[in-house]
Design a protein around this ligand. Sequence first.
Ligand SMILES: *Cc1c(COP(=O)(O)O)cnc(C)c1O
Length: 404
Amino acid sequence: MFDVQKIRKDFPILQREVNGKPLIYFDNAATSQTPQQVIDVIVDYYSNYNANIHRGVHSLSQEATDAYEQARLKIQTHFNAKHSHEIIFTSGTTHGINLVANGFSSILKKGDEIMVSALEHHSNIVPWQMLCERTGATLKVIPMNQNGELILSEYDELLNENTKLVFVNHISNALGTINPIEYIIKEAHKVGAAVLVDGAQSCPHIRPDVQALDVDFYVCSAHKMCGPTGVGMLYGKEEWLNTLPPYQGGGEMIAEVSFEKTTYAGLPHKFEAGTPNICGGIAFGAALDFMNTIGFDNIAKYEDELLDYGTAELLKIEGLKIYGTAKNKTSVISFNVGSIHPYDIGTILDKMGIAVRTGHHCAQPIMDFYKIPGTIRASFMFYNTKAEIDAFITALKKAIMMLS
Ligand SMILES: *Cc1c(COP(=O)(O)O)cnc(C)c1O
């Protein structure tokens, strides 16, 4: 049984007030809140077994190593990776993307093509532009339509035997569109291109199966799925991870070092130079446990209800326009009201205890497409309620009155 009131009790922050009003947190697409179960794991780590991992013979180091590697196994199981060494701990989505982009700079050459979608976050655009500058490869863009859906017929036309890599997010953080990555991966493989999926926005809502998807790389951040900031994972197929050169040099990632020659450690350590975010990794595992206890089917069903309800209520407001009306979308609503600046509405909502995001959402090309400077974005998680949406609508109407 999905009991939202019971779930809310697990989140201490949801009990607080902001500007004298109960907090209504609708900025989940930027970062999610952390349940007590995950906070407890963090406190327990620093209270009881904080030590550096992998190198120590002493007990604390063993305990920390075991817990960290246990978390890797949880992540492997969650994403259904074939091997645990296909799971690389990163500092987050951005780090994972840069790791792969850097690896491909020794593989790509002039004349090669790589492709991104028009729906990308800056972190899935800029590293690829840098990669093109380094290698002479060309960047192509899969265009989108007015609903914020990728135009697959154009994708098919752009694909050719020069295409080496395709990068696409699973869910757009700016519009909430769920992209048809199954199709994108299948078609890319037909021309021999690899696919990296940015799962930063999908992992809070759905449970991807990397083997069923046959995806080459999949990246995400723990902080968008009830975990702490500064940790995430990169899944890569074993063959790819063996092919790519290491990203950073340092401790942990070596087999043997002399001044003449260094040999690298095997997977996953080859990509994990230096002391990692040990506590963060362990807490990431705890966050997955927490979300799996609620169940991703329950989460998706409930969030769809919030999305439908929020969309219907917002559309009753005169002059309000929603950007991103894809058939297949998740609980992110981007909108504007008449010519009122998003920032002004966001500021007034904050005075009433309501946290939304305003601006370009690290996706300026999408804003350019719609010829707007930005939007107001309300993004819901499974711990939000219809009552919160009602309070948000009331506050929004007040803000509109004050500003028009
Ligand atoms: C948040 C986000 C990122 C960046 O994640 P970081 O945790 O900041 O590295 C990348 N892509 C999408 C779609 C996102 O929502």
